[in-house]
Design a protein around this ligand. Structure first.
Ligand SMILES: Cc1cc2nc3c(=O)[nH]c(=O)nc-3n(C[C@H](O)[C@H](O)[C@H](O)COP(=O)(O)O)c2cc1C
Length: 183
């Protein structure tokens, strides 16, 4: 399976490294697209080495004569966003396309499933605006387009206890694989 993994700017970015390894172990092809914020946490080089492919980062700074976001949008069988920040969820739920990842999602075919694994502080997770954005995604195409992998309760990186931790890699991997068969 061709998986485009969107990585956004939360502390759980390091777990996306393990997810790439697991996807590769399962013989999936992985292309990583990072947001600008994500690259503050882990360098693109790490994902480049783990995936064995160039990492997408910018809408505009590309040498390729092809339009990068359209090329990327046509490539995957599944788009997965892990970790997914409140901000990126808000962008996608509202049809915004102001960076490479959100533009790729907007430009992708409605047949391509999008697995979204949120990770954030509990207060952000419980914020009614974030919840409304997630509901909006869940409602698209009766739940067939966007698959939300619910975050778990744990002690979060900020030291607070509550729901908001990124789901484990096995659950995200299972949702990616299942998304193809249940479309
Ligand atoms: C140390 C640190 C940790 C953060 N962790 C998260 C997080 O886990 N989830 C989240 O939604 N935002 C988190 N943020 C805020 C996002 O980085 C911020 O909203 C950013 O605009 C997200 O951009 P992006 O969605 O384009 O990656 C964190 C910020 C910092 C500085």
């Amino acid at each position: 399976m061709k998986v485009l993994l969107g990585v956004t700017g939360g502390i759980a970015v390091y777990k996306a490294c393990e997810l790439v390894r697991r996807l590769k172990d399962g013989e999936h092809e992985v292309t990583v697209v990072m947001t600008e914020s994500a690259s503050r946490f882990v360098t693109p080089l790490t994902f480049e080495v783990l995936s064995g492919r160039p990492v997408g980062r910018s809408l505009f700074d590309v040498d390729d004569p092809q339009i990068e976001h359209i090329r990327l949008a046509r490539w995957p069988d599944c788009i997965a966003i892990a970790p997914a920040t409140a901000h990126t969820i808000g962008r996608i739920a509202n049809g915004l396309a102001d960076d490479l990842l959100s533009t790729v999602v907007m430009a992708s075919s409605p047949e391509v499933p999008v697995v979204v694994a949120p990770a954030m502080n509990t207060m952000m997770w419980e914020n009614p605006l974030v919840a409304a954005n997630l509901d909006r995604l869940r409602d698209v195409d009766e739940g067939r387009r966007y698959r939300i992998v619910e975050p778990v309760a744990k002690e979060l990186a900020c030291g607070e206890m509550g729901v908001g931790g990124l789901a484990d890699e096995a659950s995200i991997l299972a949702a990616i694989v299942e998304s193809r068969t249940t479309r």
